[in-house]
Design a binder for this molecule. Structure first.
Ligand code: ISE
Length: 328
């Protein structure tokens, strides 16, 4: 993902310079820096964040490092775009909120790029324009071809599903009140079974989420929002269809990067513009949104482990994160 961000920042965002590529492997850092014309490489993230010639930080390292590196960026008062999830635990996420509130300035963006995906944007505006009446239910499907070897079953909830948690809050402009989570009882060899979650929003809507990280056939994200007077769903993610031999065929992406390339591009462009202007991007997820997704994931993991519905309890939203027209 870091290499994809490097490609977007260096090739698609005029005004931004990819300055330092930092990776635990120096060889990888050099390969990416050469491919995308970065000026320098490093293997030390904290040192990179502290550098005087680095104006802003994009974090695409493994999940458990996100909160610490975001905090380090805040300590340097540098704008930071952190890949999802912002943190592994609610307590870690709270530390980020507290550090940012102490600065009194929003510097954190979280990479929930679906907020910039044109199909989700249209879904949200159709709903808020009243075209389907009042939102009642939302059904989400999130499928990967195969879970990476280091993926545990719970990571379907803590690593993959946060995209769903965030887009539900964003599209519906509401928060999550409770979550239940289930796995099929079938005996399979996989440590990473599909997970089905049922989410109750604070506005009373019911939302289903399937995360299947071993779907086998392609990267596939579907969503239907059902209202009192109609429904709106994401349309096909394919550009073309081949008709041949009495059949019609389309091609799936192997992972999320091609499917959401445009969303990543729009997100990173908006982020760089905000680094220049000093104003946060209203459409983007901020640290509060990152905190909410982490709390929902923590509740989801506990619901999956215990078999019981878990309540989602948030702290009071700090004034720094007030947004107009948004109950979340
Ligand atoms: C990955 O980090 C993503 O962001 C993808 O959208 C998701 O499908 C995948 O499961 C995650 O590992």
């Amino acid at each position: 993902m870091g290499a994809d961000h490097a490609s977007i920042i260096s090739g698609d965002v005029p005004g931004a310079t990819l300055h330092v590529v930092c990776d635990a492997s120096k060889d990888t850092a050099i390969r990416i820096a050469d491919a995308y014309s970065a000026k320098d490489v490093s293997t030390d993230p904290l040192d990179t964040i502290r550098r005087k010639d680095v104006d802003a930080v994009l974090i695409a390292s493994p999940d458990p490092t996100h909160a610490e590196l975001t905090l380090a960026s805040l300590h340097q008062r540098k704008p930071v775009l952190c890949e999802k999830p912002l943190a592994q635990t609610m307590d870690e996420a709270l530390m980020v909120l507290e550090a940012e509130c102490a600065l009194g300035q929003q510097l954190v963006h979280v990479g929930f790029m679906r907020r910039f995906d044109p199909s989700y944007v249209e879904m949200k505006s159709a709903m808020h324009a009243g075209r389907i009446g009042a939102a009642v239910m939302m059904h989400n499907f999130h499928r990967n071809v195969a879970a990476p070897p280091n993926f545990s079953g719970l990571m379907a909830v803590t690593n993959s599903a946060p995209h769903e948690f965030d887009i539900i809050r964003y599209v519906l402009a509401t928060n999550v009140a409770a979550i239940s989570a289930f796995e099929p009882a079938l005996d399979t060899d996989s440590v990473c079974k599909p997970v089905v979650m049922i989410i109750e929003t604070t506005c009373g809507q019911l939302v289903t989420v399937e995360v299947n990280n071993n779907a086998g056939y392609g990267y596939d994200v579907r969503c239907e929002l059902v209202g009192t007077e109609g429904s709106v769903s994401l349309q096909t993610q394919f550009q073309t269809r081949i008709d041949q031999n009495l059949s019609a065929g389309t091609v799936y992406a192997a992972d999320w990067r091609p499917r959401f390339r445009e969303a990543y591009r729009l997100q990173n462009k908006a982020w760089i513009a905000s680094v220049s202007s000093g104003q946060p991007v209203a459409q983007a997820a901020d640290a509060w949104d990152g905190y909410c997704a982490t709390v929902i994931a923590e509740a989801g993991a506990s619901a999956l482990t215990s078999g019981n519905k878990a309540a989602v309890k948030l702290v009071e939203r700090p004034a720094l994160y007030a947004k107009t027209g948004d109950a979340a």
